[in-house]
Structures are given as C-alpha cells and as structure tokens.
Design a binder for this molecule. Structure first.
Ligand code: AP5
Ligand code: MG
Length: 217
C-alpha cells in the first residue's frame, strides 16, 4: 500500500500518520520532519532551508523532490510501502512523484485529503506542542497527554513548540499552502485517486474515516 496524506498545515496529517503506521506498518515519510532533522544535524540542506521554513515558505521543488526520490528508493519502502505526509505540495512535485513512482514500480494506491476549515487551523497550530524525545504531537486543548507533562508514547517530560508555529510564520504558511492546494486536489481528483476525509471531528473519529477508506486499498 502506497499512500499520500494531504491537508493544510494543522489539518492533522502527522497525528493520523502516527496511528496509521502503528496499524498498517507503512513507512512514514514526512518531508517536514526530514527537513527539521536536517536542520538539527546542520547538514548542507538543513542550513539552506532553515530560514525558508522558519518563515513558513516552501523549499524548492528540486531539493524536495530529490530528497523524496532518494528516500523512496530505500529497501524498507520497497518492502512495506510508503505513506507520504506533506509531499507533494505543488504540481511540479506531483509530476515528479509520478515519475519516481513509475521508475520504482510503486504506484500510488490513494490520496487522503484531510479537510479542515481554514479558520480552525490557526488554533490547532498555535496550541501544538511536541515531545522532544520521540516527536509525538499534542495540543493544549484538543489532545493533552494522559498524565500531565508526560509523553504518552515514550514517557519523556520535555516538549517544544515548532519555530514555524509562531504567529508570524503560521499566517504566511497558511497563505502559501492554500494557494497551492486547489490545483493539487484537482490533479488527484482527475486521476480518480482523491479521498476526502472530514478532518473537523475528534481525532479518533477522523481515524475511523481514514480506516474505512484505507481498507479498500
Ligand atoms: P510540515 O512539517 O509538513 O508542516 P505542515 O504541512 O505545515 O503541516 P503540520 O505538520 O503543521 O500539520 P499536520 O497536518 O501534520 O498537523 P498535526 O497532526 O501536527 O512542513 C513544514 C515546512 O517544511 C513547510 O512549511 C515547508 O517550509 C517545508 N516543506 C515540507 N514539505 C515540503 C514540500 N513538499 N515542499 C516544499 N516545502 C516543504 O496537528 C496539528 C495540531 O492539531 C496538533 O496540536 C494536534 O494535536 C491537533 N489536532 C490534530 N488533529 C486534530 C483533530 N481532529 N481535532 C483537534 N485537534 C487536532
Ligand atoms: Mg505534520
């Protein structure tokens, strides 16, 4: 099974991905996570993308597609399938992915578009906090750890806020992504691959809808 998770910033891609991976064992490939990892390691790419990401702009199509191409060629993906999160984000990236997928003989099974009204996204992004140790995602209102101050997944006690979740970056990030969104939805709708999921429900209910789509892949 090869999936794409689409949705505007804060729609819940990463949150749903955590549970999908647990149940279906596909390889979770988040370009945002890969760039953040590169920044933390201060690699050449990491240094190059830092200011772009902190402002909420998009990294170039060439850099992003090359990164995905390299990752999809790895053995774990060939064995277990992929779940792309946050890629593609432009038509150029979608076309690049078509090429990569056909070269690797790993066709896209379906695209899950998590649909959330734009006015809800600012609240989701500004309330997000993340476990420093394992990256599990929480929200100060909608998704608190079961034990206050302790990560449900790994038990660590330190959390952080992403630099691009600060108010100035959030607004730009939403504007940039909204502009790209409709053409990309049309692209996959025309291929008959798009499945819209109502993301404006509790996390568990969104997951039920995700499951009912995935079971047919
Ligand atoms: P990336 O890391 O992909 O960020 P994003 O697309 O902006 O999406 P987010 O990770 O912010 O949101 P999400 O949908 O994962 O939501 P989450 O589950 O965390 O990309 C970051 C940057 O990297 C980009 O801006 C760009 O610079 C660069 N980049 C990455 N990919 C690129 C590409 N392809 N091309 C070019 N540049 C690229 O949930 C959000 C919050 O809401 C959490 O607090 C969560 O607990 C809560 N929540 C989740 N679901 C629900 C629910 N159902 N109800 C209530 N709250 C919920
Ligand atoms: Mg995410």
């Amino acid at each position: 099974m090869n999936l794409i998770l689409m949705g505007l910033p804060g729609a819940g891609k990463g949150t749903q991905a955590e549970t999908i991976v647990e149940q279906y064992h596909v390889v979770h490939i988040s370009t945002g996570d890969m760039f953040r990892e590169a920044m933390a390691q201060q690699t050449e790419i990491g240094i190059k993308v830092k200011s772009i990401m902190d402002q909420g702009n998009l990294v170039s199509d060439d850099v992003t597609s090359a990164l995905v191409k390299e990752r999809l060629a790895k053995e774990d993906v060939q064995k277990s399938g992929y779940m792309l999160d946050g890629f593609p984000r432009t038509i150029a990236q979608a076309e690049a992915l078509d090429e990569i997928a056909s070269e690797l003989n790993e066709p896209i099974s379906g695209v899950l578009y998590i649909d959330v009204p734009v006015e809800k996204l600012v609240e989701r992004l500004s309330g997000r906090f993340i476990c420093k140790n394992c990256g599990a995602t929480y929200h100060k209102v909608f998704h608190l750890p079961k034990v206050e101050g302790t990560c449900d997944v790994c038990g660590a006690h330190e959390f952080y806020q992403r630099d691009d979740d600060k108010p100035e970056a959030v607004k730009n990030r939403l504007d940039v992504n909204i502009k790209m969104n409709t053409p990309l939805i049309d692209f996959y709708e025309n291929k008959g691959l798009l499945h819209k999921i109502n993301g404006d429900q509790d996390i568990e209910d969104v997951y039920k809808d995700v499951q009912s789509v995935i079971k047919d892949f």
